[in-house]
Design a protein around this ligand. Structure first.
Ligand SMILES: Nc1nc2c(ncn2[C@@H]2O[C@H](COP(=O)(O)OP(=O)(O)O)[C@@H](O)[C@H]2O)c(=O)[nH]1
Ligand SMILES: [Mg+2]
Length: 447
């Protein structure tokens, strides 16, 4: 599906840089390049040349012509690698639009690649996720999706479903004939296998969806344990008020920070204790709520504690399953006596005041949060993918519950059709224009 208009955008980040790349895509690309360079460009050959307006040289660089469909968008595409100054770029963009192209919308190049069948929707999304990746694991997972591994899995389930549907629907045409019990067994087995596959994908997608956002670290402890001081020390800024009055922090204080290139969000909370103060109680409720969305919890204990038991941890965090928990012995500049750790959680020592132990805390956080060291890299998944997978799962369960027989075969066939549709939404085979627009509008301009 070749669009009739030609689009242009700077593909490199705004601001000053050594080089900028301007990308033109659409039927007029080659003509515009020829007019501006004064040269006939050969496909896939880098040609040194200028951009000329009238008799003036605007910029000099490298021209590359990708002839459709052998281009990212599938259309005729031109890339000009010129100098990375904002005014140069604006002047070139204006010149190109003057010659008939229009400025591209965010994500429009990727949208064209998708519409022209160069990539499926999961790959298009992976491009944006790769650009926005906030950790090494996220980069790896985005690349997995970009290579089509996620889509391959989905397509393999879809193809199993199509095979099953073809056989089942063949029986619908002969309502008077009983279905051979052996066929019923085979069908049920296939349904079970498909369900297992979908469930595995849900698990991977769940992991992958976590990578798509910054990890949430929640600091929790009794009042005055040193939570706000630790937040300030990690953020290297006085974000939270620190006093020796217990109950100083009431609301949640969130801060995004990079630890060795890994984007994390740290939440400082109100100290956990029983109190009659209404505002503080609300603060404590919010702290407990924050725990529910946490990827990792740090429990702080200061020098007042000689011993940490499972009970003392549970008192702070309740029952949290599957979330990594770390214990911190704080304020070690005051008292260096080690705390007796009777729990299975690791205990680190830190002083927010002197900075001692902060590097160890950062390293431990990195170790826990960067999934590369812990599990196989999953696909980078979005909430959207998870919802479609869960939907497909619901329809498969319904198909399973209907127990295949002559009387129920229509219902089973319909459930299988709906499951297939849900999966097809992931790769974009059945996706409405509105949804596509909303997905691509979150991309960068020029991508
Ligand atoms: N000496 C020392 N004092 C600290 C340290 N961290 C916190 N404090 C003090 O402990 C008190 C409570 O700290 P704060 O961070 O507000 O604790 P929160 O209630 O857990 O947020 C304040 O008086 C801080 O100055 C530390 O590492 N060393
Ligand atoms: Mg505090």
């Amino acid at each position: 599906m070749i669009r009739s208009d030609t689009i242009v955008a700077s593909a490199t980040a705004p601001g000053r840089g050594a080089i900028s790349i301007i990308r033109i895509s659409g039927p007029q690309s080659a003509q515009i390049a020829q007019t501006l360079s004064g040269k006939t460009l050969k496909p896939r050959i880098a040609t040194f040349g200028s951009i000329i307006s009238g008799s003036e040289v605007i910029d000099t660089g490298i021209w590359i012509y990708f002839i459709g469909p052998h281009s990212f968008t599938g259309e005729d595409t031109i890339e000009f690698q010129g100098h990375g100054g904002p005014v140069v770029i604006q002047t070139i963009l204006r010149l190109i639009t003057h010659h008939g192209a229009r400025l591209a919308e965010p994500g429009e190049f990727s949208q064209r690649a998708f519409l022209n069948g160069k990539i499926d929707l999961t790959q298009a999304e992976a491009i944006s996720d790769l650009i926005n990746a906030s950790s090494v694991s996220a980069v790896k997972a985005a690349n997995n999706s970009l290579q089509g591994h996620f889509a391959d899995q989905i397509n393999s389930v879809i193809s199993d479903l199509i095979g099953l549907r073809t056989q089942i629907e063949a029986h619908i045409d002969f309502p008077d004939e009983d279905i051979n019990p052996q066929s019923i067994n085979t069908f049920s087995l296939t349904i079970t296998n498909i369900k297992t596959h979908i469930n595995k994908l849900i698990q991977s997608a769940n992991e992958g969806a976590k990578l798509n956002r910054s990890a949430e670290i929640v600091l929790i402890g009794e009042p005055n344990a040193g939570k706000s001081s630790l937040l300030n020390a990690l953020a290297q800024a006085p974000l939270a008020i620190v006093t020796d009055i217990p109950g100083t922090t009431r609301d949640l204080i969130r801060h995004d920070l990079l630890i060795d290139g890994l984007e994390v969000r740290i939440t400082d909370t109100a100290g956990i204790r029983s109190t009659t103060d209404i505002i503080e109680t609300e603060g404590i409720n919010r702290a407990i709520e924050a725990l529910q969305g946490a990827d990792l919890v740090l429990c702080l204990f200061d020098e007042r504690h000689q011993q940490i038991s499972d009970d003392s941890v549970q008192h702070l965090i309740g029952m949290l399953s599957n979330i990594p928990v770390g214990l911190l012995n704080t304020k070690i500049d005051i008292d260096r006596k080690p705390i007796d750790n009777q729990t299975r959680y690791p205990l680190l020592e830190v002083s927010a005041k002197t900075g001692e132990g902060l590097d160890e805390v950062r390293n431990w956080l990195l170790d826990q949060l960067d999934l590369t060291t812990h599990s196989e890299t999953p696909f980078l998944a979005r909430q959207r993918h998870l919802e479609h997978l869960k939907n497909a799962n619901l329809h498969m369960n319904a198909a399973d519950r209907h127990h295949l027989a002559v009387e129920t075969i229509d219902l089973v066939a319909e459930d299988l059709r709906l499951a297939q549709n849900a999966l097809s939404e992931i790769t974009g085979r059945f996706t409405s224009d509105d949804l596509l627009t909303s997905i691509f509008s979150t991309f960068c301009i020029g991508k």
